[in-house]
Design a protein around this ligand. Structure first.
Ligand code: XIL
Length: 363
């Protein structure tokens, strides 16, 4: 080959490589998945999941491709795990944990202590506080030991504060004072006990208190903030706060949410956004308007940006990922829906792009 031709050929190849290289830099967000974007910013991006759907190939493929964390939506709750006072049925939760391990995803455990989705034998058992305490201790220690080293973070206690007129007060529940596990009328003492039991069963797991409608600064989040200070002062192994972030208005107060994340992380706690969805009004076929889908995208973007702007906010999780399977439909009597990142056919929505781009531009 003539030297001039070789020179021209090398120049051409060099230009081609340069072009590929620059494209790689200029348009990363067009090619990346959510999990790629999140891992760049050391963030966990997760979804709540149901084992029955894993056999659907689009469900499993989307989950594994887009998320680096999952959380069982229902199958770690008492109702599913505890068919009777003696037995444990881990079969459904194990399927999800195995899926996560196979796809290099972390698992959040939800939830050990909640007043809802408890089995009838427990709700109607007329147990004494001493009996309930033993049942709860055994439950916590057995479940946490079963998943030791596999579940990296637990929602130890879920939704222990009340709403409406009682907002900011501890909720009256089977675990607190109906009849409770022996700490009725002693504020967060029963919550502290639960955290200690979990820590004993798995000292490496991160332990969260998870709550609804405490995303903004309000009387509920004020109460949780005060409780967190109290627990930390008492040496209780509390590592983080889960803010559920079920949004059903198109005008959430983002600066208040950001301020709330700031005050919890300033205590040295992590914040996880644990159950995000943005419910939209839908027609009888379950479709939302294009304008609302755009507003929804903007809300996802702003929440992702608010989380990323605080170093202690370490995970964003949505409550499901496809509109095909979301609790919002039945929860709102089918007046709302279309709340998640993928539509019913697993196509990414504007909210998906907004989240991915927000995660790609982490500070
Ligand atoms: C919901 C599930 O999504 C539904 O499948 C179930 O029927 C009811 O519970 N806050 C929580 C979650 O902490 O556990 C709830 O999940 C939604 C509200």
């Amino acid at each position: 080959m003539r030297p001039a031709l070789i020179r021209r050929l090398s120049l051409f190849l060099f230009a081609l490589c340069l072009l590929c290289f620059l494209r790689g830099f200029a348009a990363p967000s067009e090619t990346r998945t959510l999990r790629d974007a999140a891992s760049q910013s050391h963030l966990l991006v997760g979804a709540a999941v149901r084992p029955a759907q894993l056999s659907e190939s689009a469900y499993a493929a989307t989950l594994a491709r887009e998320f680096n964390m999952l959380e069982p939506e229902d199958v770690l709750k008492w109702e599913v795990l505890r068919p009777d006072p003696q037995s444990f049925d881990f079969s459904q939760a194990d399927q999800l944990v195995d899926f996560a391990l196979r796809h290099n995803m972390k698992v959040r455990g939800h939830t050990l202590v909640w007043h809802r989705q408890i089995p009838a034998w427990l709700a109607n058992g007329n147990y004494t506080p001493a009996e309930l305490s033993k049942l709860l201790e055994t439950h916590i220690k057995t479940v946490v030991a079963h998943y030791r080293g596999k579940v990296f973070a637990w929602d130890v206690v879920n939704e222990a504060f009340d709403e409406g007129n009682n907002a900011g007060k501890q909720r009256s529940t089977i675990w607190y004072d109906q009849p409770g596990i022996g700490f009725a009328a002693q504020g967060p003492a029963y919550i502290a006990q639960c955290f200690r039991w979990v820590h004993h069963a798995d000292p490496d797991a991160l332990l969260f208190y998870n709550e609804a409608e405490a995303d903004e600064i309000n009387s509920k989040s004020d109460a949780i903030y005060a409780m967190s200070q109290h627990l930390l002062r008492g040496g209780v192994p509390l590592n983080g706060i889960g803010l559920e972030m079920h949004i059903s208005s198109l005008h959430p107060n983002i600066s208040s949410i950001s301020e709330n994340i700031a005050r919890f992380t300033a205590l040295g706690l992590q914040v996880h956004i644990t159950e995000m969805d943005v419910a939209l009004p839908v027609d009888s076929s379950g479709n939302a308007s294009l304008a609302d889908l755009q507003s929804q995208a903007e809300i996802y973007r702003q929440i992702a940006a608010a989380c990323l702007s605080h170093r202690g906010c370490t995970a964003i999780q949505t409550w499901g990922f496809t509109d095909k399977y979301s609790w919002i439909g039945s929860h709102s009597k089918h007046t709302q829906g279309a709340a998640l990142l993928f539509d019913r056919n697993y196509h990414p929505k504007p909210a998906y792009d907004a989240m991915r781009i927000a995660l790609s531009h982490a500070p």
